[in-house]
Design a protein around this ligand. Structure first.
Ligand code: NDP
Length: 329
């Protein structure tokens, strides 16, 4: 069906500056890790992408391996770019990454210049793009000199295949080193993509300080802890939810202790007049150093619910203290 972008799409979203760069990102960005692969229903994903753009989500996050099968999320996103989003390329921030297993042999994973350069070319082909806006090193490669991995990111920018570069899940120490190397190369690091949620607060232990010091933005992935920070697991396990699919949300995360935390956090959310998902998103954005909350959504309903988090992002000190009592690692 024909898609015409909503002319009011920029009225309700807020945009936040990524570190000390020139680039704004939407306070909520959409990731295509799950629900957009070859085994998913294309039209469902397409509807989510259209709705997101209609509500001011200008940033879509991908990686070479998103699917399943690996690569299929980029292919599906490429179909939408070629049709619905065709007239809007300059309104979009598209990111991709390389770092995890992608093809067999010694050059299909980790952090060599060989792998990153070939992988970005493959990603561009799958999405039908000349360039991505952000190209990431998806993880630290302990066996490759950081200079080589960062050199490959800089090379991608010099080739015109990426506008900005980022790193994902790097420790504070490795982040500082990466930032220094990239600065020296003349390609400043735009953004760091770490996990962060009320059930996973590792970035408060030094990473956010490192990002502030180095002027790097922060896009927090899995702010809903993959769906745990919703009420869906409080009365048994729904068959259509991620934990039932035997994938990345492991059963042991749904321990009685964690479910008790979720129940207590839901009580706070109810008093705030929002869903737990909405509070979880608003909570990661309470720190101005967090540029964007990077969510997933299985359908339009979930997306709409999550985007409504922006209707109430203010927390009282009492609310924050109460959340702190339950939101521990
Ligand atoms: P979330 O924590 O937002 O989890 C999304 C899941 O939560 C959905 O698939 C859905 O699960 C459930 N959900 C979402 N919204 C609602 C809602 N309003 N009400 C109820 N349930 C809801 O993020 P993801 O784990 O999906 O990760 C988001 C993105 O982060 C990825 O797409 C990717 O771009 C990035 N990422 C990056 C990583 C990295 O290494 N750099 C690693 C992981 C993610 P269900 O199907 O159960 O309903």
């Amino acid at each position: 069906s024909l898609y015409r972008a909503d002319p009011a799409r920029y009225t309700a979203m807020t945009y936040r500056r990524s570190g000390r760069s020139g680039l704004d990102l939407p306070a909520i960005s959409l990731g295509l890790w799950q629900n957009f692969g070859g085994t998913d229903v294309f039209e469902t994903g397409r509807a989510v992408l259209r709705r997101a753009f209609d509500r001011g989500v200008t940033h879509f996050d991908l990686a070479n391996n998103y699917g399943p099968p690996p690569g299929s999320a980029e292919e599906n996103f490429g179909r939408v770019l070629a049709t619905d989003f065709k007239a809007h390329r300059d309104e979009l921030i598209v990111s991709t990454k390389a770092g995890y297993d992608m093809w067999p042999g010694p050059y299909g994973s980790w952090g060599s210049r060989k792998y990153l350069t070939a992988s970005l070319d493959q990603s561009l082909t799958r999405m039908g793009l000349d360039y991505v806006d952000i190209f990431y090193s998806h993880r630290v490669d302990p066996r490759t000199p950081l200079e080589e991995t960062m050199g490959a990111l800089d090379h991608a920018v010099r080739q015109g295949k990426a506008l900005y570069v980022g790193i994902s899940s790097y420790s504070p120490e490795m982040t500082r080193r990466a930032a220094a190397i990239l600065k020296e190369l003349g390609t400043p690091c735009l953004i760091h993509q770490p996990s962060y949620s009320m059930l996973n607060r590792w970035i408060e232990g030094g990473l956010l300080d490192a990002l502030e010091e180095t002027g790097i933005g922060c896009i927090a992935f899995s702010p809903l802890a993959q769906g745990m920070l919703t009420t869906k697991y409080l009365n048994g396990q729904p068959t259509d939810a991620r934990a039932a699919k035997g994938g990345t949300l492991k059963a042991h995360f749904l321990s009685p202790e964690n479910l008790e935390r979720v129940r207590a956090l839901d009580a706070v959310a109810k008093r705030r007049g929002q869903t737990l998902a909405q509070m979880a998103i608003a909570w990661v954005l309470r720190d101005p150093r967090v540029t964007s909350a990077l969510i997933g959504a299985r359908n339009v309903e979930q997306l709409d619910n999550s985007l409504d988090a922006l209707k109430n992002t203010a927390f009282t000190p009492e609310e924050l203290a109460e959340i702190d009592r339950h939101a521990v690692d």
